[in-house]
Design a protein around this ligand. Structure first.
Ligand code: PGA
Length: 257
């Protein structure tokens, strides 16, 4: 696990999965499973089930944060199909994802839009998990660190050092997401250490030392321990394995707190 003063964070990104019944069942089981954990945890739930999931979280007295996978950078108005941050707050959301690779590379979100969303969410008082990471061709071309640095600098452009306390970074190599392929612990550690170095250059060493940097990309109970043992890996952003309460719980347990 990373240096002990950084509280581990594990997020479950449910993506476009679950239905009304299974979402309620899943959050019930996750809340029970995580009751004794000292880690900070969150679930990123499809919009239409946020209220149901929030009700279960509150009824069970769970400390799991309710999160949303996306939102509009605009406060309100003519934005057909979009969801605002104040709507999310109404539903109990306190944490959001920005820059997820599926939104960058499938939906087409640019660095500028990721930045606008990140700033809007921070201004709205939300915790932001800013996701960054290289695609396979970029990795093979030796561009991993350059891509991470570009996405980090663009994503955090205009974010103050004070606001940085509400930010968590998730390094998610795109080729490892949903593929069963994972970065080796050494490769992930190397990327995380470089990301921390960029944060130190952008802000200062103290801000970089405080930042939680999560690994994401096929993290499972079987590989979480070795990844989370690395000095600069402070938790995980979990897709597939977060749809099973026992698997998600085992990953949270692997943070060791
Ligand atoms: P995965 O997804 O765990 O299914 O690879 C991770 C993510 O996209 O956050």
């Amino acid at each position: 696990m990373g240096t002990s003063h950084r509280k581990p964070f594990v997020g479950g990104n449910w993506k476009m999965n679950t239905n009304a019944e299974s979402a309620t069942a899943l959050i019930g089981a996750v809340s029970d499973r995580l009751r004794a954990s000292g880690a900070e945890t969150a679930v990123y739930v499809p919009f239409v089930y946020l209220r149901e999931v929030d009700t279960v979280i509150k009824q069970s007295g769970s400390a799991v944060r309710l999160g949303a996978q996306d939102f509009s950078e605009k406060p309100d108005g003519a934005m057909t199909g979009c969801i605002s941050l104040s709507m999310l707050r109404d539903c109990g959301v306190t944490s959001v994802l920005t820059g997820h690779s599926e939104r960058r590379h499938i939906i087409g979100e640019t660095d500028a839009l990721v930045n606008a969303k990140t700033r809007a969410a921070l201004d709205a008082g939300m915790q932001v998990v800013l996701c960054i990471g290289e695609q396979l061709d970029e990795r093979e071309a030796g561009q991993t660190d350059a891509v991470n640095e570009r996405q980090l600098r663009a994503g955090l452009d205009g974010v103050s050092k004070e606001q940085l306390g509400m930010v968590v970074i998730a390094y998610e190599p795109v080729w490892a997401i949903g593929t069963g392929k994972t970065a080796t612990p050494d490769d992930a550690q190397d990327a995380h250490a470089k990301i921390r170095g960029v944060l130190a250059a952008m802000y200062d060493q103290d801000a970089a030392t405080q930042m939680r940097i999560l690994y994401g990309g096929s993290m499972k109970p079987g590989n979480a321990g070795e990844l989370l043992a690395m000095a600069d890996i402070d938790g995980g952003l979990i897709g597939g394995a977060s749809l099973n309460a026992d698997d998600f719980g085992a990953i949270v347990d692997a943070t060791g707190v």
